[in-house]
Design a protein around this ligand. Sequence first.
Ligand code: TXA
Ligand code: MG
Length: 353
Amino acid sequence: MAFDAGFCSAVEIGMNDIHMDTHIIRLDRSRPLDEQIEPAARSIRAGGLVAFPTETVYGLGGDALNPESAARIYAAKGRPSDNPLIVHIAAVEDIRKLSSEDSRQLRLAYTLASHFWPGPLTMILDKSATVPDRTTGGLNTVAVRLPSDEAARALIRQSGTFIAAPSANLSGRPSCTTAAHVIQDMDGRVDYIIDGGASVLGLESTIVDLTAEPVTILRPGFITEEMLEDVLGSEVSTNAALLPGDRPRAPGMKYRHYAPRGELTVVRGDREAVRAHIGELAAESDSQGYRTMVIDSGSGDINEYARNLYENLRYADDLNIERIYAAAAPAEGVGVAVMNRLVKAAGGRVIDI
Ligand code: TXA
Ligand code: MG
């Protein structure tokens, strides 16, 4: 495809020039055909980059065992290379090839895998020598995930390797939940984009650190602390906040994330009061001449709010919105993950009423 305006945003944020032909493969994600996937799988084997759908968000994939592929992922994303990548696998047993022999970690990993894989859970384990340092950003741990999306698994299987993939957005932008989002950010920067339609969950996987005692959630998601505790029968802690000055456990946490270009404010409190207050703030912003948008949960369905969050933030950018007011999600279940992303996107700007 030819470059379009989407490429300009990459230049604006100071990224080096990357020029390649991006091919789009459109398929039915529930029934991907081998011959549809094959060109993309071949590209991965040859060190190329393929953006692909997963049940959480689209990923920007390369061969996890090829250090040059990892370097190309960082360049395409404009991501600092100390921010490690998640390694995507297609079979549970592949954990063993990527991780150390630590029996406690393996026991935990197999227990969690039997309940939550394939699915939106990423586990951190001590890594084996098989995993290049480039893939893990120099850490001696590795993040592993077995996605449930059929197209993602077909791509991993057919590539004959493991696929390192961060979310397919340019660094700092909201994650991509449709191929159209990926084209906006990655046209001309990757070899293939597999278009499998909209992601069904819309928020990135839960990340759980199995090297920590107790087991610790580094990024909340659809698999909640309660769900993990139920399965493990032991305490699980959540460490989403990052202490200033500390070496980050999930290095991605130190960068401003998921952010729209406009100023986002989250309003938290009683549902009806929040709705009323957002209405007032939006009206005031409007009257001051700012292009203004409101994000509310509508029906109150938290899964729907989660699924549409990034789409809404990107839509605000498409419309050149300058001020966004979003209703907070309840601090329980999936709401914890929604709030984590919202507050980061807002750069911490939260109004309690
Ligand atoms: O749902 C998802 O997890 C999506 C899809 C594509 O699988 N991927 C994703 O990747 O969200 P990314 O790179 O945008 O976020 C991965 C996060 C980063 O914050 C990174 O710092 C953290 O995982 N991470 C990766 N490896 C780690 C490690 N060894 N230790 C601690 N954190 C790690
Ligand atoms: Mg990301």
